[in-house]
Each structure stands twice: as C-alpha cells, then as structure tokens.
Design a protein around this ligand. Structure first.
Ligand code: MTE
Ligand code: MO
Length: 326
C-alpha cells in the first residue's frame, strides 16, 4: 500500500469506534513508524489492524477436552448434501450435485510469504509423516444452523511449522482454487474470486485449528472442500475455507472474502458470539441439524460463546472488546 492509500485507509475509521486509549496508542505507533522510516511511509495502516494476541495459559488437558463431544452427530447424508460452497452455486444442494467436476488429484498447495522455507508442494508432500486424527467439532454457520461433524485431519500448526514462519508472520492467509472450467459458480461475481480467508497467527497455531482431509473416516467429498479444507470450530463456518491451494504468512490482516463484501456484517474475527447479532438477524440460537432431525425444522438450541470452545480459546481474546472486534 502506498503512502496516500495508507492515509486514506486511516481516515476511514469512524472516530466513534475508537476509544481514547486506542487513539493514544495508535497515534504513538504512527509517529514511531514515521520517525523510524520516513521514506517507507506507514507500511500499511496500523490503526485499522486487530489487536495483537496476548500470551495464553490454556493447559493441554483443557485444549484436548475440545477435541470431541458427546452431542449427537449429524448424519453423513446431511453433512454431504446441505452445503455452502459458492464456487458450485448458492443453493444448499448445489455443491453436492455440481462439485463432482472438481479434480482433487493431482493437487498442489503453494506456501509462502513471511517464512524461511516457502515452497509449492503436492498434497502428499505437504502432509508427509502426519497421521490424520479424528476431531468431533460443532460447526456453526453464520446463517443460524449448526452440525456436529467427525472430521479427519492434522493440526494446522504441524503443517505451518515446516515452513518456518518468521517474526513478521502476524497472520496466515488462505486461498481456494478458482477454476471456471471446474467450478460453475465462478461465472457469477457474487464474490471477488478466489475465495479467501485469514487468521491471526495464534489462531492458526491453536491446537483446535484443523486442516481436514476427511470426515466420517472417509476422504473428504468434493462438496465439503476436498482435498484439503480449514476447520476453525469456534468461528462462523465461512472462516473454514475449502479446497485450499495457497497458504501465505502475512504481516498485515489479509483479504477475507466475506469481510470485504460486507465489513459491517462479517468481521475479521467472526468468533461465534450469541451476544453480537448479525445486523439482519439474531445469533442467540441455532437450528441444530443432527441425528434424524429434518434439516428445515431441526430443534433450535442456544448458541454458545466461541461455539462452546471458550475454555480452549477464550484467552486469545482476553481484554478484547468483542463488539468492536466481532
Ligand atoms: N471456498 C469456499 N469455502 C467455504 C465456503 C464457500 O462458499 N467457498 N462456504 C463457507 C461456509 S458459509 C460454511 S458454513 C462452510 C460449510 O462447510 P460444509 O459445507 O462442509 O458444511 O464452508 C465455508 N467454506
Ligand atoms: Mo456459513
């Protein structure tokens, strides 16, 4: 970003959203940045960036308690026919019908940015030596429905460490394949393709964050994001990006598709939170699609802070105003 754009971006933050303390801190940072490197300008706009992570203190046992749940599982049939994957259409049943054209092998993933060992790897090389683990997670879509899904996958952290992220790697960006030939939905410009998502580095390294390769003990079906998709169980479903072809370590918050489309409706964090409503609907409860419940009339249950993973992930947001950083 050049200096002019950096200043323009800074001016876009409404004063009403900035606390006195934040103004003070950000001004100080801005002045320090200008003093340190006047020729380089502002290196982006520090003011608009989410708070840096605090040190966390969650124990291994606390984290592992989030790896499974006793709740009733969603049926395989429902997980694989009621989907959001706009590259294959916007209807819930479109992806299961249209995604058969997605070729998942060979598949390569480009990993780069702020790291010591960037590379473009085949899926096999990317996951070499890592055994898929089963994780039973709740998935809460921002639209107000939820499922309980037995994923197979590897902790994202185990994969990321291999590329030796450096001290500038504050964020991790993910990109989905965007191929007109294979993905009929790409011809509609609903999203600025490719679909992109991002996490703060501590969120990406959190043991709950999974790179999924399967579900119900089987390889991932195309409509669920084969051959490799992210699963971040304490965030709204749209953060769990499908069919990943690129992973980039970044210094600044990356482009996130839904956030860019409607920043007032979809925040960068998008942590599940019953107390922060979507501007157009309540997030206090959800329609749980599980067991033999019909998809449309499933029981409504209360939505939980961080989708029920507060014990595991709450520390990462300690002191953060969750209404401002929604
Ligand atoms: N590339 C891509 N990833 C995506 C989406 C999408 O449209 N495209 N939809 C998101 C949304 S809104 C949800 S709720 C989940 C749904 O995952 P599922 O279909 O496996 O349940 O995928 C997320 N990942
Ligand atoms: Mo979603």
């Amino acid at each position: 970003m050049n200096l002019r754009n950096a200043f323009k971006a800074c001016l876009r933050i409404p004063a009403s959203q900035v606390t006195d303390e934040a103004i003070y801190r950000d001004r100080r940072r801005l002045l320090a940045a200008l003093a340190a490197s006047p020729a380089l300008g502002l290196s982006g706009c520090a003011e608009a960036e989410p708070p840096a992570p605090p040190a966390t203190t969650v124990t291994r046992a606390e984290v592992e308690s989030g790896f499974k749940t006793d709740e009733e599982l969603t049926r395989y049939e429902d997980i694989t026919t009621y989907n959001n994957f706009y590259e294959f259409g916007t209807g819930k049943s479109d992806p299961s019908k249209a995604a058969k054209t997605l070729r998942t092998s060979p598949w390569t993933v480009a990993v780069g940015g702020e790291c010591g060992k960037p590379g473009k790897l085949s899926l096999d090389d990317l996951l070499k030596g890592l055994l898929p683990e089963e994780r039973i997670y709740r998935l809460r879509c921002v639209e107000g429905w939820s499922m309980v899904i037995p994923w197979l996958g590897v902790p994202l952290a185990d994969v990321l460490r291999r590329f030796e992220p450096n001290s500038n790697a504050n964020y991790v960006a993910f990109t989905t394949l965007a191929d007109r030939q294979q993905m009929p939905g790409i011809r509609y410009r609903s999203i600025d393709w490719p679909y992109r998502e991002g996490l703060r580095i501590d969120e990406a390294m959190h043991p709950l964050t999974l790179l999924a390769t399967g579900l119900y003990g089987k390889p991932l079906p195309q409509q669920n994001g084969a051959p490799l998709r992210l699963v971040v169980p304490w965030k709204y479903g749209f953060k769990s990006i499908k069919s990943i072809v690129a992973i980039t370590f970044a210094r600044h918050p990356p482009h996130c598709s839904w956030n860019r489309l409607q920043p007032n409706e979809y925040g960068f964090f998008s942590n599940v939170n019953p107390d922060v409503d979507h501007p157009r609907w309540s997030q206090k409860s959800e329609r749980r699609i599980a067991g033999t419940a019909s998809k449309l009339f499933a029981e409504r249950i209360p939505t939980r802070l961080f989708n029920g993973y507060a014990d595991q992930v709450g520390d990462m947001y300690a002191g953060m105003d969750l209404r401002r950083w929604f």
